[in-house]
Design a protein. Structure first.
Length: 228
């Protein structure tokens, strides 16, 4: 797995690695467990986004279990919706996040004290990932794009490390449903997320960069899949 890296790595603890300086601290480090609790709540997803945790799990399962080859999950978080899925796959997988606390939670949740040699938990910057071009057969990122103001750079970097002909699966909150739009705008004002986009604005970032793309909107969540 480490042969895919183009930067030196060091241990954080147990199965968590990093390519970032010791002094780096992610904004979510102090909020990880509160965030974990919230996104598991059915009422929260239904009221605020018009979705359910089952929607996220179904989309992730298709992305992770139906593909082949090396897989990268950008912004994996604590694997609150994906731990059971990753425990089933034998694909060589990098689980990348900038929060060591999220990575610790995710590692504990999916491994339960056992060593999974096909899963590699890595702290890194999603805008400057430590991989060469065309390194992965599949790239996934669940509920991450909307967090950034510079969404296009994030998408370009994700596609940079995906092999030609490789598959990608992304999901992002978008400007759908009046209540959700108000909540997104409030989160943006508090600098919790980037500027909210519509589905059309989000999909436009893929123009000229991929060979095929398909998108479905459910509530305020846009589910994207395609081929580079």
């Amino acid at each position: 797995m480490t042969t895919l890296l183009n930067k030196p790595v060091s241990f954080v603890d147990d199965q968590v690695w990093t390519v970032l300086p010791d002094s780096f601290s992610a904004p979510y480090d102090g909020k990880a467990r509160l965030y974990e609790w919230l996104v598991q709540r059915h009422w929260y997803n239904r009221i605020f986004w018009g979705t359910s945790p089952a929607d996220y799990r179904q989309f992730a399962a298709r992305a992770i279990l139906q593909g082949k080859g090396n897989l990268l999950d950008i912004g994996c978080g604590g694997l609150v919706h994906t731990a059971a899925i990753y425990s089933k796959t034998r694909r060589n997988t990098f689980l990348l996040d900038n929060s060591t606390e999220m990575l610790r939670i995710g590692c504990g949740r999916v491994t339960r004290g056992k060593i999974n040699n096909n899963l590699f938990f890595l702290q890194a910057n999603a805008f400057d990932m430590p991989f060469n071009n065309n390194s992965f057969d599949s790239v996934v990122s669940f509920g991450i794009i909307h967090l950034f103001d510079d969404k296009e750079t994030f998408v370009s970097e994700a596609l940079r490390v995906l092999k030609p002909g490789g598959d990608f699966h992304f999901s992002a909150l978008i400007k759908e449903r009046p209540f959700s739009i108000k909540y997104l705008n409030a989160l943006h004002k508090r600098k919790e997320i980037g500027k909210p986009y519509t589905a059309e604005e989000t999909l436009a970032m893929f123009n000229g960069k991929v060979n095929a793309i398909n998108a479905v909107v459910k509530g305020s969540m846009l589910f994207i899949r395609g081929v580079k």
